[in-house]
Design a binder for this molecule. Sequence first.
Ligand code: C2E
Ligand code: MG
Ligand code: MG
Ligand code: MG
Length: 278
Amino acid sequence: EASNARHFTCVFYSDVDRQNLLSEQDMENRMHGALERGEFVAYFQPKQRLADGSIGGAEALVRWIDPVRGLVPPDDFVPYFERNGFIINVDLCVFEQVRALLASWIEQGRQPVPISVNMSRAHLREQDFLTPYEQIRARYGVPASLIEFELTETLVFGDPETFMGVINLLHARGYRCSLDDFGSGYSSLNVLKDVDIDTMKLDRAFFSAGDDAGQREWDVVESVVDLAKKLDLGTVAEGVEEPGQAARLRAINCDMLQGYVFSRPVPVAEFEQMLFGA
Ligand code: C2E
Ligand code: MG
Ligand code: MG
Ligand code: MG
């Protein structure tokens, strides 16, 4: 019964004040229409180069702009769409927005920066998962080297062979690849010797202590950055919120940071404003 379902939803989420959370049935009913109406919108979180403070790229992060509920964050719908497979459509929709943005910069003679997109593991169940991406790519003349795919560490450590196959395929088409959320879970350093990624994104768990982090925490971060450098990987520190952390990351030669200390994820117009000015 519908009233029962609502009752349970309320009870479950009441303590975190999430009455507006979409039920799974709601999402199922509305996701196709939402896609058609353009409600899945890419926001952009700039990555700051620590060497000179400039913007070295950005990550595209999806938001569901729901006419009733307003901005719905990905944590409220991405996990569900990963289970029902709809995330494939959302990822392609984000990719299309990124492609269009890069194409418009090139057309206007602006200097583009690389943009990364998240690729859900759901794609990898499909034999030819790259074909729809390549079809979108063929529609615009944007070099693949300006696009980076972020793949999460749970994927590589869960199934390293599939992961390596995916990386090889992406590289063969000219895309760059990063390992997202490194250090968030059951990272095995051993796997790093086999996976030919371009960039390591240090999970924000490394930085959650803020300016309270002690020498041990920083020794770990520095060692991970050094390891990445030895393996010729770029490094991006995620979830950095304090200026003191940014300064230390710069001192240990981390390449870039992506965090609230520099910018939150912002709508495309605001991102272009940051990049190019008025
Ligand atoms: P992620 O790929 O690891 O993205 C980084 C997340 O960290 C973003 O959350 C970003 O807003 C957040 N973040 C960045 N800096 C800070 C900070 O200084 N402090 C804090 N507290 N958070 C920070 P967001 O946008 O809510 O996305 C959450 C997750 O949802 C993403 O984690 C990613 O796993 C997933 N996601 C987002 N967009 C997409 C998408 O288009 N496709 C897929 N498959 N997954 C997506
Ligand atoms: Mg990511
Ligand atoms: Mg991440
Ligand atoms: Mg994450």
